[in-house]
Design a protein around this ligand. Structure first.
Ligand code: WT7
Length: 656
């Protein structure tokens, strides 16, 4: 170990003993909020926050909770989300303010101002209208991290056409499924996307699954890489050409506060993804308020960078809607943290003068593994606040982040929330909260979070189930087209007024929340949510496979990794390396690369109950080398022994 490395280790040890981190006095001195707001009247509180937006028509009722769990916020109010994110800033004279310092992975620089967005969003909205897209039509978006993705989302919002964004890392098959189930009328995609120096021909790949999405009548193609792109006459439209031909003005028509803003598919415990539906007024109120509060935002001086992809909720809420509603200057980075090399993020951070940096624990752990020298080579002294999201952050990564990236002067906000909640729910306030590494600390003002036992009692300081006990403005309104599944998934365990999160958590003596992880069959790989059932169904669709069971295993880099127990069909014995690769590629094609199993274990049979249900719990126990408890409920208890041998063989092979 080099001298600097061992001195860093010593510093981290010292910090580990500290346990509590009060907000740094220099930070508090200029913090926007230094005292926790007391909430006596919940509705008045949120009405006050909604007042930060520009309403074309005021609401008559703050909250209608007469038919739980179906909430309505700001009933009777009307607004236009795109107007709130763009036009009003331009009207206030801020047109020249940069909305996005976009940075490409080959070092390209493009600064997009609020005036640029104002011009482009209107034209793009007119392109949609010119091609028959109307208010209420669902528009799919499958784009990489380029400014056009923001323009596309806002263009949809401007005309009240809910968007359905699919993360660029998902496969065209996933796009097809999501367009099909949401009955999308159009799809906005791109000629090609770059990733670590390679270009993927996105539009050409999408063409291959077009047959499976008959509802999609128009494909809008953004020109980005100049990749060779097949275009179908009468269906496919080049966005740049259409924008030139379109009218410049598109009025921002006000929509009902409860008008759907977007659907975002997320994984649940069955194979079918859930279409999480968010609406306009409440969602925008929630993201704008929490973005300002949690990040201590000073829109005139901050340079804010959230490293998420727009295809996830973090991107929707904290790259697009929250920051833009607040008139923020953001960084938007196209690439990976290690391309062209491991300096990439810190180069961008230094050159843009980033002051607020929001990323995921998995990225911090990767940076930690690469070593502090990359960050240390850069001047990151403008940074004043750090954020974390997506999974529990282990104290070691927290401390490294605090020390190496934050120079021990930046508070860290560990923000807990979900696709469903729309915005941050549990988080420190950087100028107020004493933090403890690994804890998201306490619910934000206006949020009532509790940890309950299985029977619905307060769990005290014991581990229990995390719940949210009062409606909040950014909450999902339903699962698209499936009210029943919405009620079943979130509002059944504890009744119609208590939202069941699906996370295990513990509250300590100080009332601090420690989120432990999912309690359902949902995996969190590198902060990305996936369901075991979804991956299983992809594996089973491979011609050689008879049966599969997937579990998540703890993983040093990605938090969790995918392990699949696979039984091959016919008389085939264990698969060979080629079969492993085939199955992995098959999963990548069906869902996306991130769902590929890291480990495949061949199984002659799987542990099943007499009724045929696969007992994943037993598989987890085996994989973790735990003592196996009672297996007598199994149809064939011998299966376990065979599997144990297989797992051991596999583990010793891995170690070699
Ligand atoms: C699940 C939600 C929120 C945007 C990214 C993920 C886990 C999220 C934290 C955190 C511990 C966290 C939970 C949650 N999670 N943030 N700060 N500490 N766990 O959104 O895909 O909807 O996943 O991510 O398990 O339920 P998502």
């Amino acid at each position: 170990m080099s001298d600097t490395a061992s001195s860093l280790e010593r510093d981290l040890e010292r910090l580990l003993d500290q346990e509590r981190f009060p907000p740094p006095p220099e930070f508090v001195e200029s913090a926007e909020v230094t005292e926790l707001e007391q909430v006596d009247d919940h509705e008045a509180f949120w009405a006050d926050k909604a007042g930060a937006l520009d309403w074309a028509q005021p609401w008559e009722q703050v909250l209608d909770w007469s038919n739980p769990p179906f909430a309505k916020w700001f009933v009777g109010g009307k607004l236009n989300v795109a107007y709130n994110c763009v036009d009003r800033h331009v009207e206030a004279g801020l047109g020249d303010r940069v909305a996005f310092h976009w940075r490409g992975e080959e070092g390209e620089e493009r600064d997009v101002t609020y005036a640029d967005l104002h011009r482009d969003v209107q034209r793009f909205a007119n392109v949609l209208k010119d091609h028959g897209i109307e208010t209420g039509d669902i528009v799919g978006i499958f784009l990489p991290m380029i400014p056009e993705v923001v323009v596309a989302m806002l263009a949809c919002a401007r005309i009240g056409a809910p968007h359905n964004v699919v993360f660029g890392g998902f496969s065209p098959e996933s796009v097809k499924e999501r367009m099909e189930v949401s009955n999308a009328k159009a799809l906005i995609t791109v000629d090609g996307a770059r990733r670590k120096g390679k270009t993927a021909a996105v539009k050409a790949a999408v063409d291959e699954v077009m047959e499976g999405m008959p509802s999609v009548k128009t494909v809008f193609v953004v020109r980005s890489t100049g990749a060779e792109t097949p275009m179908t006459e009468g269906r496919d439209v080049w966005v740049d050409e259409a924008m030139e031909a379109a009218a410049a003005d598109c009025p921002a028509e006000p929509f009902d506060a409860e008008h759907p803003l977007f659907i975002l598919y997320s994984s649940g415990s069955t194979a079918a993804p859930k279409g999480i539906l968010h609406t306009s007024g409440g969602y925008l109120t929630g993201v704008a308020y929490t973005h300002k509060l949690v990040f201590d935002l000073k829109p005139e001086s901050d340079v804010y960078w959230c490293t998420a992809d727009v295809g996830w909720i973090t991107g929707h809420s904290y790259i697009v809607y929250g920051p833009l509603a607040n008139g923020t200057t953001s960084v938007m980075y196209e690439g990976a943290p290690d391309y062209p090399d491991k300096n990439a993020w810190w180069d961008v951070g230094e050159k843009t003068g980033t002051t607020i940096f929001y990323t995921a624990p998995t990225a911090i752990r990767a940076a930690m593994k690469w070593g502090p020298e990359y960050a240390e080579k850069h001047d990151l002294s403008k940074l004043r606040l750090l954020g974390s999201v997506g999974e529990p952050i282990n104290p070691k990564a927290w401390l490294w982040y605090h020390k190496v990236i934050g120079g021990e002067r930046c508070p860290i906000v560990d923000t807990w929330w979900q696709t469903e909640t729309g915005h941050i729910m549990i988080s420190p306030l950087p100028g107020v909260t004493e933090t403890k590494p690994g804890s998201a600390t306490q619910p934000l003002p206006g949020i009532d979070a509790r940890v309950l036992t299985d029977d619905g009692e307060d769990a005290g300081t014991a581990q229990g189930f995390l719940t949210l006990n009062r409606p909040w403005p950014g909450m999902l309104r339903t699962l698209f087209g499936d009210d029943e599944r919405f009620v079943e998934t979130y509002w059944k365990k504890y009744g119609k007024e208590t939202y069941f999160v699906g996370d295990a958590a513990r509250k300590d003596e100080d009332g601090y929340f420690w989120v432990i992880g999912r309690v359902d069959d949902v995996l969190n790989v590198s902060g990305h949510r996936m369901s075991t059932a979804e991956i299983e169904s992809a594996i089973v669709s491979h011609e050689k496979v008879a049966e599969a069971a997937v579990i998540g295993q703890p993983d040093e880099d990605s938090g969790q990794s995918v392990t699949a127990f696979v039984t091959l069909g016919g008389s085939q014995a264990d698969g060979d390396d080629d079969t492993v690769n085939e199955i992995r590629e098959h999963v990548a094609k069906k869902i996306g690369k991130l769902a590929r199993p890291k480990r495949i274990i061949w199984a002659d049979d799987l542990p099943k109950t007499r009724s045929g249900k696969i007992m994943r719990r037993l598989l987890r126990d085996i994989a973790e080398g735990k003592e196996l408890g009672d297996v007598t409920t199994l149809r064939d208890p011998d299966v376990m022994q065979q599997l144990e041998t297989k797992v051991k063989e596999r583990q010793s092979a891995d170690e070699e």
